[in-house]
Ligand binder design. Structure first.
Ligand SMILES: [Zn+2]
Length: 249
């Protein structure tokens, strides 16, 4: 009986979704874009034995979906996977210390990766104190414009969220004076007033903490159920990412 009720409820919800979909048109509608050139940005991963490579591939694929949806001529590639000893990082709980440790252990590999548009990601196990304290990813331009920390259990959009930060894309709700306080003075020139995420209806773009994250950067050219998910003046991270891609060509 319970099963029958469950089936009936699921059918009803499918019908309801169908009608909502019908009324509002497509969930997401995009601008058309054509590129003459697409720049590739290699992502190198440093992982422990318990992380699966397929999980990394999913992150990369999702990043590329976000970039394509946002009309950004850029493609992430999974450039390499190296294994590190989890014990070497076990007691370190802030991004600066974790970064220094990785650089000291992998100096030979990392030196050549510290350039604009090239990235290296340290993937921390779920038991690591950094992950246990609630973080699923972290990047900070003050330390490096190439380094990302990622939790092994992070949701698929987290990698692109952190890579967005490294191109100077910001959340939807942080005032410019706050950002200036976070960044060294030499990086203040990269703070653009339009480089913010956007909330739209019940969802948000990749640079927000919305419960439902859409696979897009904010853009006045992308509609979510008929409403623009961005603003030319205040929320156009897609423009910022296009400009960033252009700077790498
Ligand atoms: Zn963030």
């Amino acid at each position: 009986m319970k099963q029958k009720i469950l089936v009936a409820c699921s059918l009803l919800s499918v019908v309801a979704l169908f009608f909502i979909g019908k009324r509002s048109g497509e969930e997401l509608s995009f601008q058309q874009c054509e590129f003459e050139q697409i720049v590739e940005t290699p992502v190198h991963f440093f992982i422990t034995q318990s992380t699966r490579v397929e999980k990394l591939e999913k992150h990369i694929d999702y990043s590329n979906l976000i970039l394509a949806n946002s009309c950004v001529p850029m493609k992430r590639t999974l450039a390499s996977v190296s294994y590190v000893d989890a014990n070497a990082f076990a007691d370190l709980d802030d991004i600066g210390k974790l970064h220094r440790k990785l650089v000291s252990l992998e100096e030979g590999k990392i030196q050549s990766l510290q350039q604009l548009g090239s990235y290296y990601v340290l993937v921390l196990e779920n038991e690591h104190p950094f992950v246990q304290s609630g973080w699923s990813g972290r990047a900070h331009g003050n330390f490096s414009q190439s380094f990302v920390l990622l939790a092994a259990n992070a949701e698929e959009h987290i990698l692109e969220h952190e890579l967005g930060h490294l191109a100077w894309a910001w959340h939807n709700d942080e005032p410019i004076h706050w950002l200036k306080g976070q960044l060294l003075p030499e990086f203040h020139q990269y703070i653009k007033p339009y480089a913010r995420g956007a909330l739209c209806q019940d969802a948000g773009t990749v640079m927000t903490y919305a419960e439902k994250v859409l696979p897009i950067y904010s853009s006045p050219e992308i509609d979510y159920f008929g409403t623009a998910c961005g603003d030319e003046e205040t929320a156009d991270n897609a423009r910022l990412m296009r400009e960033f891609a252009q700077s790498l060509m």
